[in-house]
Design a protein around this ligand. Structure first.
Ligand code: KG4
Ligand code: ZN
Length: 346
């Protein structure tokens, strides 16, 4: 079965063709990143994003099909991101997918972007067992989920303010390091002394398990002055590298402590870490080390599927279609589906 996946929720336009059932593989994927367009603003400009998706999406779909050696007539299912994301950007992908599905009478599966990030770990690890805990760390989300089975998902805890990737991007923007901040700070953190500056783990005053990252942002910006240290704001300066290394390392430790607590509380068989920030080499090393000799099996999404991509959309679209073959996209109430999917665990 051939599935065409379409992703346009933020600043990447992505199209993929995957094959499932007889073979389980990504045949072809092309991702058009808009990073150069948004870099000078230090973040995603929604209007620029949606206009660029609109300009490239049909060309990208055509190119992916050609490279895969297929035509649209060979496609058995179209899967598209329904949300969450930037409204204008989502509308481009959704309208394109709806048009294709309607014109060629192909079933259409609308997929939740965050759920697809979790599913991305299955592309290279088909043996992941449920129940599982999943940590999704991206530019828009920092959430711990408990999944009893594929379509039975509950939120264990989530950020009350900024997402971890958002903090990385904002701190990098503040120091004029470039966009997106995550990969830049990940590299910089390898060159500094992670124990030089102290960052305290945030705690919720109401005793909740939720995350908070806005304090990290403030601390990373104000720390040098508060500590009475003079830091030359220059990526080449050793004290600055130490500051960024301490900051990044503390955020990863915070994610680790919260994830370990969630695993101890729910005793899942598997643990998935996915989303753009899970590409961080520091995070991957620390999580691998921390869960090495524990009963839970750790699965890190493959580096190529951490950041936004369409293969994960196609992968989950297939699973959704298999589980609910009669679901008719054009009749379904997508938002209520999404809300029901992510009920908070009590
Ligand atoms: O999953 P994603 O592509 O988009 C969202 O759904 O948000 O995640 C983007 C985020 C950005 O904040 C980016 O700085 C971060 O992922 N990121 C990284 C790395 N690559 C991307 N953070 C740390 N280390 C990386 N190597
Ligand atoms: Zn994403």
């Amino acid at each position: 079965m051939y599935i065409l996946g379409i992703e346009s929720s933020c600043d990447e336009t992505a199209v993929a063709v995957v094959e499932r059932e007889e073979h389980n593989r990504v045949i072809e994927e092309q991702i058009k990143s808009q990073v150069p367009l948004h870099a000078k603003y230090g973040g995603v400009v929604p209007e620029i994003a949606s206009r660029n998706h609109y300009e490239v999406i049909d060309y990208l779909a055509q190119s992916v099909l050609e490279k895969a050696g297929l035509t649209i007539h060979a496609i058995d299912l179209i899967a598209v991101t329904q949300g969450p994301g930037l409204m204008g950007s989502l509308l481009v992908g959704l309208s394109f997918a709806k048009g294709l599905a309607f014109a060629h009478k192909i079933p259409l599966a609308a997929v939740d972007h965050i759920h697809a990030h979790i599913e991305s770990a299955f592309i290279d690890n088909p043996d992941i067992r449920y129940p599982l805990v999943a940590l999704v760390v991206s530019g828009g989300h920092t959430t711990l989920f408990y999944q009893e089975s594929r379509f039975n998902i509950q939120v264990l805890s989530k950020t009350r303010d900024d997402a971890v990737g958002e903090v990385l991007d904002k701190v990098a923007k503040f120091y004029g390091l470039g966009y997106p901040g995550g990969p830049i700070l990940d590299e910089l953190s390898k060159k500094g002394d992670k124990d030089r500056f102290k960052f305290t783990f945030p705690r919720m005053t109401d005793g909740s398990d939720d995350f908070s990252f806005s304090g990290y942002k403030t601390a990373a910006i104000r720390h040098p002055a508060a500590a009475g240290k003079s830091v030359d704001i220059n990526p080449g300066d050793q004290t600055f590298k130490d500051l960024m290394a301490s900051f990044f390392n503390s955020m990863v430790d915070y994610l680790l402590i919260k994830t370990r607590a969630a695993v101890e509380k729910t005793t899942p068989k598997s643990l998935i870490v996915a989303g753009g920030v899970s590409r961080s080499s520091l995070l991957r090393e620390k999580f691998t080390q921390a869960f090495k000799d524990t009963p839970v099996e750790l699965y890190l999404s493959s580096p190529g599927y951490c950041t936004d991509n369409a293969a994960m959309i196609a992968w989950l679209g297939y699973e959704k279609f298999r589980a609910m073959p009669n679901i008719n996209y054009f009749d379904s109430h997508l938002n209520s589906y999404s809300r029901a999917l992510f009920k908070r665990r009590i």
